[in-house]
Design a protein around this ligand. Structure first.
Ligand SMILES: C[S@@+](CC[C@H](N)C(=O)[O-])C[C@H]1O[C@@H](n2cnc3c(N)ncnc32)[C@H](O)[C@@H]1O
Length: 230
């Protein structure tokens, strides 16, 4: 299957559109089926076996529900700060209290990811997380994004749709699970824009200075982890 990147409906709907809200709730269920939060929590523990991360940034964070699931699956890391970056303001302040139960302090940043990465800031995340986000970019945009990420952090953990017949078949069955038209459309588009093989590793800049892992995860996901060699 050739990789194709097409616009997703959710990205064009206003944040408070009822169909968009419903689709974001669908996304929580899809994330649960894909088990992506378990993968990200596992890779966080692996990347930080002794010294916990102080600052985590999720790019394309949506409403923050995904990272809340990651927080629930992670050790109680003291003084951990989480930046949730999304170009839409989707953050409901009520979620802060839920993160605090895991010891995580959160801050929502409403910015395009490229504008955030271009900012001159003393905030250097120990790790950047991307879930169901990198597939939004075509090869050129992705190369530029990965370059900026590599200049901003020492660890990237990404979990994306797998571009496979099984994942495509799964995305076409979402109507049975009660997902709405936006979710059903975007799921198929996302799988076609997903990844296989070493497609993300091949776009990563300066691979000699990084340890890269990339593989399938479960039936529907594809993960990529980049850790800078000390
Ligand atoms: C499929 S959703 C995933 C949300 C979340 N990571 C999750 O797993 O629930 C993709 C998110 O990326 C955001 N997004 C898309 N393009 C973006 C960009 N260029 N900069 C920042 N956020 C972007 C969208 O607003 C949307 O919330």
């Amino acid at each position: 299957m050739q990789r194709t990147v097409k616009p997703e409906w959710l990205d064009d709907l206003p944040a408070d559109d009822p169909r968009a809200r419903r689709s974001r709730r669908d996304l929580q269920r899809i994330n649960a089926v894909m088990m992506n939060s378990a993968l990200v929590a596992r890779e966080l523990r692996r990347a930080f076996p002794r010294q916990p991360p102080r600052l985590i940034a999720e790019i394309g964070a949506g409403d923050g529900q995904f990272m809340l699931q990651v927080a629930h699956r992670s050790p109680q890391w003291a003084a951990l700060q989480l930046l949730l970056i999304d170009r839409l303001n989707l953050f409901d302040g009520g979620i802060n209290a839920k993160f605090r139960e895991s010891g995580w302090r959160t801050e929502a940043v409403t910015l395009d990811v490229n504008d955030w990465l271009a900012q001159t800031t003393p905030l250097i995340p120990d790790v950047i997380v991307a879930n169901l986000f990198l597939h939004h970019f075509d090869t050129r945009g992705l190369s530029e994004l990965l370059l900026r990420i590599s200049q901003r952090t020492r660890v990237l953990i990404a979990c994306e749709p797998r571009r496979s017949p099984v994942a495509l078949a799964g995305s076409r069955l979402l109507g049975i699970a009660g997902c709405n038209d936006v979710t059903r459309h975007d799921a198929v588009v996302s799988v076609r824009a997903g990844f296989v093989g070493r497609e993300l590793s091949d776009l990563w800049p300066d691979p000699a200075c990084w340890t890269l892992r990339e593989d399938r995860y479960g039936l529907f996901s594809h993960y990529f982890v980049a850790i800078k060699t000390p």
